[in-house]
Design a protein around this ligand. Structure first.
Ligand SMILES: N[C@@H](CCC(=O)N[C@@H](CS)C(=O)NCC(=O)O)C(=O)O
Length: 216
């Protein structure tokens, strides 16, 4: 049965999963959920029945519906191990996961739509304050990642080693977000060099927001 991805073109969490699907050569159907239209299609009853968190992405594989982009990527890795996104060695794997989770757990949630909407509606933040909030958490996370990559084992074109890993799958969408929020990414030369290489790879190019059927 075909895989179905509930997605939104500009969602960086969905972007991760699109990269993983394309990288593994897996066919899938995109089911767009517009995050802003009609109060957010991700909050409508039909979607909440699939994913009570009301967030994209979710992946349906037959009857199974999985939320959370990292859980989805790990599922794809276990069900379609080649080409691998996680190294064979436990130490390497831990380091790759640690970079991926630094982005997925500690940077991305703080620039998510419902978080910034709460800042505006409940805490009185204006557009400038929200931009400063988003930039602050991206800059702090990227500075640490830049440092880690400098100290680590990399060929300068990947976050870890010399092949694509889950860390790269997370970095490229977060870099897209950083640019979208006008963060000065020139401050992170290693991260930008890695992204320039990765963005040209077919799987990453096919997954980019502008290439999605629901792109505006
Ligand atoms: N930790 C989740 C994050 C999912 C997430 O935050 N999705 C955002 C788009 S990138 C979303 O659906 N936002 C809609 C909202 O906040 O209402 C994952 O990795 O899948």
């Amino acid at each position: 049965m075909a895989l179905k991805l509930y997605t939104y073109w500009r969602s960086s969490a969905a972007y991760r999963v699109r990269i993983a699907l394309h990288y593994k050569g897996l066919a899938f159907e995109s089911v767009p959920k517009h995050l802003l239209r009609d109060g957010g299609e991700q909050r409508q009853a039909d979607y909440l029945a699939l994913n009570p968190q009301g967030l994209v992405p979710a992946l349906a594989d037959g009857e199974l519906v999985i939320a959370q982009s990292i859980a989805i990527c790990e599922y794809l890795e276990e069900t379609h191990p080649e080409p691998r996104l996680l190294p064979g060695d436990a130490r390497d794997r831990a380091l790759v996961r640690s970079m991926a989770l630094a982005i997925a757990c500690d940077i991305h949630p703080l620039n998510n739509l419902s978080v910034t909407a709460y800042l505006r509606s409940q805490l009185g933040a204006d557009g400038d304050a929200v931009s400063r909030w988003v930039s602050h958490w991206i800059q702090r996370g990227f500075a640490a990642l830049e440092e880690r990559i400098q100290r680590g084992a990399t060929d300068g074109r990947h976050c870890y080693g010399d092949v694509v890993t889950l860390a790269d799958v997370c970095l490229v969408p977060q870099m897209y977000n950083a640019r979208r929020f006008k963060v000065d990414v020139a401050a992170y030369p290693r991260l930008t060099a890695i992204c320039s290489h990765l963005e040209a790879l077919p799987a990453f190019a096919a997954a980019r927001p502008e290439a999605q059927p629901d792109a505006e």
